[in-house]
Design a protein around this ligand. Structure first.
Ligand SMILES: [Zn+2]
Length: 435
């Protein structure tokens, strides 16, 4: 877990007084006057001596009311010295499970598991064995993600009788504590099945009614729940009644996956949920022929159904570029992080971009730039956030790193020296800056 730091407050106060503060220098801030720090984003901040995307000469990035603006800085703007660092858009984690994590706790030795039901049992065991409540564990992981340059995430949170709504409440609490630094959407995820686990449907209903969730989830309606129409009718019905979206896990690699996709498309159309549905993993798509993939992508684009991938390996990663050519929104995510399912994961989306590049065997700078774009903008498209592309009008969400440009940075994964969210410094030298 990332230790919390209050150092940023001192730098913030110095900058408010108009003092240029080098990132690497803490000493020059010692005499800075302390000023009141409130929740409002600072009106005008200049990030001096930065190189957007690593190209060209260093420039000043000016931020007013949380957005990048053109032209010189207004008088009295705070100044933060970028020290010639590269500025890149902040990243978006389109699929993560913060409630399941053991991040920041003792090492967990995992038992063999070969079915979703067995993984679920180990999820419950891990949940019960953790000394820290779910909100504290989720906060630790989400804060760590901020320090790695994540501006937003879609959090899938287990909802099942084994937990009641403890996961949703814990992650919602962590979201509140990090609201200055991170935009979070919560999915009520029926990991234990909707139909096969009695009581789950009622909990999903309660979560949707309570206003803490943005999406209702689903999981392998045929192969795990053995009740495709029943699960999908229930999930889509909830979304329709409560005005939330749908984000369904779909792991089937064969015809069963395609059958579910057709059923999802049908319901999205019938209930007019255009633009409000996401399907995650979708392992049945990578094996399709170009013609089959094009036909599916046309339907997805028609109903604006978005997809997410965690780039698990060469054969299961979604063909992101081809889907995007058809106008399909595709996000990249971490999936589980050090949970019962896997000892791996770190909620670092630059590392996930590196993995996407690795499993898709990219080599050219254009390809590496695209990998970075998927990690930064793919998820913001899925989450319906404005792209943080460093252009005038864009949200001032960016990272400052030492490096040459996105291709080299995807490969080398340097430390995120400064993370800025809405024009506010939210992490410095790998540590969270408290509001
Ligand atoms: Zn997942």
């Amino acid at each position: 877990m990332t230790p919390l730091s209050r150092r940023g407050m001192i730098v913030g106060a110095a900058a408010m007084a108009g003092t240029a503060t080098a990132l690497s220098s803490g000493a020059s801030t010692s005499a800075a006057p302390r000023e009141r720090h409130d929740d409002r984003p600072s009106r005008a901040v200049v990030f001096r001596d930065v190189r957007p995307f690593g190209a060209g000469k260093p420039v000043d990035l000016t931020v007013v009311d949380g957005r990048i603006v053109e032209g010189p800085a207004p008088r009295g703007a705070r100044v933060v010295d970028g020290g010639g660092r590269v500025a890149l858009p902040s990243l978006v984690d389109a699929h993560i499970h913060p409630d399941k994590t053991s991040w920041g706790g003792d090492w967990v030795s995992r038992e063999p598991a070969s079915s979703i039901a067995e993984y679920c049992e180990q999820d419950v065991e891990l949940f019960k064995s953790q000394k820290r409540p779910v909100g504290e564990r989720a906060y630790g992981l989400m804060a760590h993600a901020v320090t790695r340059g994540t501006r937003a995430m879609r959090a899938h949170v287990d909802v099942a009788p084994a937990y009641d709504l403890a996961g949703v409440e814990g992650v919602a609490d962590a979201r509140r504590k990090l609201k200055h630094a991170l935009d979070v959407q919560i999915v009520a995820f029926p990991q234990h099945g909707v139909v096969r686990t009695p009581g789950t449907a009622e909990l999903l209903e309660e979560a949707a009614r309570g206003g803490q969730i943005d999406f209702v989830g689903g999981i392998d309606p045929i192969s795990f729940d053995h009740a495709m129409d029943e699960q999908l009718d229930l999930v889509f019905g909830l979304a329709d009644r409560h005005g939330v979206g749908v984000d369904i896990h779909l792991h089937d690699r064969d015809e069963k996956g395609l059958e579910v996709m057709r059923a999802i498309i049908e319901r999205t159309r019938a209930l007019s949920l255009r633009g409000k549905v996401t399907v995650s993993h979708v392992f049945c798509l990578p094996g399709l022929s170009d013609a089959e993939l094009s036909a599916m992508a046309e339907d997805l684009n028609d109903l604006d159904i978005s997809l997410t991938t965690v780039a698990p390996n060469e054969s299961l990663v979604l063909p992101v570029g081809k889907l995007q050519e058809h106008g399909v929104r595709v996000g990249l995510g971490s999936d589980g992080v050090r949970d019962a399912w896997s000892p791996f994961g770190n909620a670092d989306m630059l590392h996930r971009a590196h993995i996407l590049g690795w499993v898709t065997d990219v080599r050219l700078d254009d390809e590496l730039n695209h990998v970075y774009d998927v990690a930064a903008h793919g998820g913001s498209d899925v989450m319906r956030l404005d792209r943080a592309d460093l252009k005038p009008g864009a949200p001032a969400d960016f990272v400052l790193v030492k490096g040459e440009g996105a291709p080299q940075i995807v490969v080398d994964m340097p430390q995120r020296d400064l993370v800025v969210h809405g024009g506010r410094v939210v992490a410095r030298d790998g540590e969270l800056v408290l509001p």
